[in-house]
Design a protein around this ligand. Structure first.
Ligand SMILES: [Zn+2]
Length: 133
């Protein structure tokens, strides 16, 4: 297994997007693996139940039937959505997801991903979404 130096350096602070966010203290070149998204592996049904019954869910989906609830983690759960995101979530092997830099990321920039569901775009007023309308 890889040892992610970057993962250790990522820090959490108040975000201008929403609540808390995760930030990098160093520049990250495009394509770098930043951290491994780990957590509790749950089924699709359990994912739906948590989304309905719990206020805050931090669930990642790898495209198949693998859902990872990161509520017990202390960094990745805080990643915010941005339509102009700078990170991708990449599937590596069984039940493992990696956060990878989608482009060069600047020092102290907030790390963001595209959450990729419809509701987030309809409620969004960023330039990307304004252009779509
Ligand atoms: Zn947007």
């Amino acid at each position: 297994m890889q040892n992610f130096e970057l993962e250790k350096s990522i820090y959490v602070k108040t975000s201008s997007i929403h609540g808390s966010g995760i930030f990098t203290p160093t520049q990250i070149p495009a394509g770098s693996a930043i951290l491994q998204i780990s957590g509790e592996i749950i089924s699709g049904n359990e994912c739906e139940r948590r989304e309905e019954e719990e206020n805050n869910v931090y669930i990642f989906w790898n495209g198949d039937d693998c859902y990872i609830d990161t509520a017990e983690t202390n960094k990745i759960k805080y990643i915010n959505h941005k339509c102009d995101y700078n990170c991708d979530v990449v599937e590596t092997n069984n039940n493992r997801l990696l956060l990878v830099a989608a482009r060069d990321i600047l020092r102290d920039e907030e790390l963001t991903i595209d959450y990729g569901y419809e509701e987030i775009y309809s409620g969004c007023s960023c330039q990307n979404c304004d252009n779509k309308n």
